[in-house]
Design a protein around this ligand. Structure first.
Ligand SMILES: *Cc1c(COP(=O)(O)O)cnc(C)c1O
Length: 362
């Protein structure tokens, strides 16, 4: 079986991590004079004068119960973006190693690769935006350390075939990262249940989407305990603030509300899809297992600008490979979705459709 430690950069294998006051003394005491905090208090209502738990143990205990894993299989980060950056810093030697991404996909993988001076190999999605699993495994090399798979994929909205992902995890001799930021909106099961069988599998989830906590900046990575230990070694000691940890504990107490919202968002997604498909200016609405729809227009630019003139902002993805002429639209509240459809109908009437036809002609 593959050992994640052996895939880590040599300097990370050798690394002696920073030992913070709070990690050196893990117990509880009455008088804390070990971390140079202000013992008098903080000038805010929430008392924040003490450093937070560097390993977020309470958060992990609750999460472990919710996700059916053990605490040592969980990394908690400052958004998934921290986990993505750490993956590069743990496994990829700048200027030498490579990461595989499957466009069209989430933009942060390439940005994080560029920041870390890692070459990106692109293996585009094929057919209905599915993985070219054979090509990914075929691209294995000493230098290819990471594969990023986004499922449901941003911006296309579809879930990747489970057998393809597992085939890659089985055969790719590096770390396989499955980003499940939108998994709560999909009918498919999370791949977290597979981490026990694949020591090279990392599953990313986030509190930013279904959980409604984007402002707290909390992302998660699930994997083999040895892999999670590498994250803990490299992360900044106090990477998740006390405010964020408390907010997550609070959110976890109210999971029922989140489940209700997810149900509503799925219903809204389906009715929004229907209304969009009825519009003449719309060419295609792609199926989605996420909380957004990828929509192909005849004239995306004029639609985008028209919506903006009516104070509605969507995401222009028209310059992304295989998303030509597409806008990505987040599913909003019923009121927001009605406002969007009303605005698009005005756009259609005001000659949006005519503009669309001209643009196609060009
Ligand atoms: C939104 C999103 C995230 C979330 O990132 P955070 O840093 O946790 O907010 C991660 N991956 C994908 C594909 C996303 O679309």
């Amino acid at each position: 079986m593959l050992d994640p430690e052996m895939l880590a950069r040599p300097n990370i294998q050798r690394l002696k991590p920073y030992s913070s006051a709070r990690s050196e003394f893990g117990g509880s005491a009455e008088v804390y004079l070990d971390a140079n905090e202000n013992a008098f208090g903080s000038p805010t209502e929430t008392q924040l004068h003490r450093y937070p738990d560097p390993l977020q143990r309470t958060v992990k205990e609750r999460l472990a119960a919710v996700k059916g894993v053990t605490s040592d299989q969980i990394f908690v980060g400052n958004g998934s973006d921290e986990a993505i950056d750490l993956l590069f810093r743990i496994f990829c030697e700048p200027g030498r190693d490579q990461a595989i991404i499957c466009p069209p996909t989430y933009g942060m993988y390439k940005v994080a690769a560029d920041i870390n001076d890692i070459t990106v190999r692109e293996i585009p999605l094929i057919g209905d935006f599915q993985l070219d699993a054979a090509a990914i495994v075929g691209a294995a090399s000493e230098a290819a350390k990471l594969v990023f798979i986004c499922s449901p994929n941003n911006p296309t909205g579809n879930v990747m075939n489970r057998e393809d992902v597992l085939m890659i995890a089985e055969n790719f001799p590096g770390i396989v990262v499955v980003d499940e930021a939108y998994i709560d909106f999909a009918p498919e099961r999370s791949l977290i249940s597979e981490i026990g069988g694949f020591p090279n599998l990392v599953v990313l989830q986030t509190f930013s989407k279904a959980w409604g906590m984007a402002g707290a900046r909390v992302g998660l990575a699930f994997g083999n305990p040895k892999l999670i230990e590498l994250f803990n070694r490299v992360k900044p000691p106090y990477n998740v603030s006390r405010l964020a940890q408390d907010a997550i504990l609070d959110a976890l107490e109210n999971g029922g509300t989140v489940d209700k919202w997810v149900t509503q968002i799925r219903e809204q997604r389906s009715s929004l899809r229907g209304s969009l498909a009825d519009l003449e200016i719309v060419e295609t609405v792609y199926p989605s297992d996420a909380n957004f729809l990828l929509v192909k227009f005849g004239a995306p630019e004029s639609v985008y600008n028209f919506l903006l003139s009516e104070n509605i902002v969507v995401r222009d993805r028209s310059n992304v490979v295989r998303c030509e002429r597409c806008l990505r639209i987040t599913v909003g509240t019923p009121e927001e979705n009605s406002a969007l459809i009303a605005s698009l109908r005005r756009c259609e009437k005001s000659g949006g459709a005519a503009a669309a036809l001209t643009e196609i002609a060009i």
